[in-house]
Design a protein around this ligand. Structure first.
Ligand SMILES: Nc1ncnc2c1ncn2[C@@H]1O[C@H](COP(=O)(O)OP(=O)(O)OP(=O)(O)O)[C@@H](O)[C@H]1O
Ligand SMILES: [Mg+2]
Length: 484
């Protein structure tokens, strides 16, 4: 397909042509209407003028007969203008008037008639259009009273040529404009098509061009770019998961295998085998747990999960989970201090949010004990747990007095399998915070690690249900809305 046929096939060009045709038709109708009305008006004026002249002449004729009429016609013929007169005898000879010759056609007609007459002009004579009334007088005489209407013919010619010129210019501008606009649009569409091809060839970083004019094409490109960004993000997530499986899960699998091999080699009696098998099962369980966690994070990041959202009270959920962890904390010599607060309603998946809160409390218990206090007899270090409404967000805050996470590492620990060197002595796979971050993102919220001076303060903020929170004032105390 040549570039030109491609251009002519564009919707814009076809639309321009359609509009051009419609516009031309409308313009032609308008011009014709004006011409028609002007002609009607001019004709009416012409008839009125001639009638007035005739009335005057009839009075003269009545008063003084033919002689008086001839005199008056001769007189009036002297005044220059567009009026035409003729009084002729029965043979057609002119007796008075400014019409030089009388054609047989004019001679034989009676009443109003349009005819062509010749008039002296610089360098000869010219044929001009006239309109007249022809009367037969006594004795075969003729009286012709009329007016030169050549100007009317001129007007028709002017209007006709104006119309042709106007339509011509319009066609040139219309087709030219259509061509330019279509070319511009085609260039942009071609750019989009080229980008799409590079993306299809595997380069997911490609983005559709946005001209910045904010027009419909820009808006479409922006939406498609957002979609591409999302696809790129999903692909990156997928790649990350496969990388994680390849690297981070390979090590524990190898360890498992080596342990089984060592048991085979070194154990010689049943209790030793049994013990080796039990440890193998334990480790396999750990692996399965890690696998499950990894898969749930991947699912959450892909936007799946959380279909079972419901309106729930964060404060209530928080104290429920905290209660579950109290014995563990106590065993570790820590106190969980869950601050009671007003109900705060949010729309969330209860199970996912519960898991996220549990991960945060679990971390605070595992890493939140200050080194000096561990095993000491002083007051037990506290882990603060509270929920509060901050603007349109509901914040869940878990804070401890442990060593905290250095500022530079606070972003990194949210990544999968990242564990700080100091935490290696505790069991874990480094997926807990990744899951919390994924849950936060899925719910349109975010996870932030802050310095608790000393210790770590983890803030999980989620969008609150403004309508319901506004309505809590009217709810009866203890309304079980959050526990649907
Ligand atoms: N409250 C905390 N105080 C100090 N360090 C923390 C705290 N919470 C998390 N960390 C650090 O962040 C790392 C990542 O935490 P995350 O919860 O993701 O994994 P994990 O607890 O090591 O393992 P998992 O949660 O999968 O059992 C931890 O290994 C620890 O080094
Ligand atoms: Mg953890």
């Amino acid at each position: 397909m040549t570039a030109l046929t491609k251009l002519f096939r564009t919707t814009t060009f076809r639309l321009s042509l359609t509009y051009l045709a419609l516009f031309s038709a409308a313009a032609a109708v308008a011009i014709f209407y004006i011409y028609w009305n002007t002609t009607v008006l001019l004709t009416r004026q012409l008839h009125q003028t001639i009638d007035a002249e005739l009335k005057g002449l009839a009075e003269q004729y009545k008063a003084g007969g033919q002689a008086q009429l001839v005199r008056t016609v001769a007189e009036r013929s002297q005044t220059p203008g567009n009026s035409l007169y003729l009084v002729a005898d029965q043979e057609g000879h002119r007796i008075a008037g400014n019409l030089s010759a009388i054609s047989p056609e004019l001679w034989n007609s009676v009443g109003p008639v349009e005819f062509v007459y010749s008039r002296p002009a610089p360098g000869g004579t010219e044929a001009r259009l006239a309109f007249a009334n022809v009367f037969r007088l006594a004795g075969g005489y003729r009286l012709i009273v009329g007016r030169d209407i050549e100007e009317r013919r001129e007007l028709a010619r002017v209007i006709w040529s104006a119309m042709l010129w106007g339509l011509g210019v319009m066609a040139v501008f219309g087709i030219g404009g259509g061509y330019l606009v279509s070319r511009n649009l085609l260039a942009r569409i071609d750019a989009v098509a080229a980008t799409t091809r590079t993306i299809m060839e595997g380069d997911l970083t490609g983005r559709l061009p946005v001209s910045g004019s904010g027009d419909e094409l820009d808006r479409l490109s922006e939406s498609l770019n957002l979609m591409l960004a999302r696809i790129e993000q999903l692909m990156a997530g997928l790649r990350e998961v496969s990388d994680n499986i390849a690297h981070d899960l390979k090590t524990p699998l190898n360890r498992l295998r080596n342990r089984v091999e060592a048991a085979l080699r070194e154990s010689h009696d049943e209790p030793a085998y049994r013990e080796a098998l039990e440890r193998t099962i334990e480790e396999a369980d750990g692996l399965i747990k890690t696998f499950n966690a990894l898969l749930s994070i991947a699912r959450l990041e892909a936007g799946a999960g959380g279909e079972n959202r419901e309106v729930l009270d964060v404060s209530a959920l928080l104290s429920d989970v905290a209660e579950l962890y109290e014995p563990v904390a106590d065993e570790r010599g820590l106190v969980l201090r869950a601050e009671a607060s007003e109900p705060i309603f949010i729309r969330a998946d209860r199970q996912l949010l519960g898991q996220a809160i549990a991960n945060l409390i679990d971390n605070a218990i595992k890493y939140g004990a200050p080194d000096s206090c561990q095993g000491g007899n002083g007051p037990k270090p506290e882990i603060g747990i509270k929920a509060k409404a901050v603007g349109a967000m509901a914040e869940i805050v878990v804070s401890d007095r442990g060593p905290g996470v250095p500022g530079a590492e606070r972003e990194r620990v949210l990544e999968r399998f990242v564990r700080l060197e100091a935490s290696r002595s505790e069991p874990g796979s480094g997926l807990g915070l990744s899951l919390v971050a994924a849950v936060a993102r899925l719910h349109g919220g975010r996870l932030q690690l802050e310095d608790n001076q000393p210790g770590l303060r983890v803030v999980l903020s989620l969008p609150a249900d403004a309508v319901l929170n506004g309505a809590t004032a009217q709810l009866a105390p203890g309304a079980e809305l959050g526990r649907a």
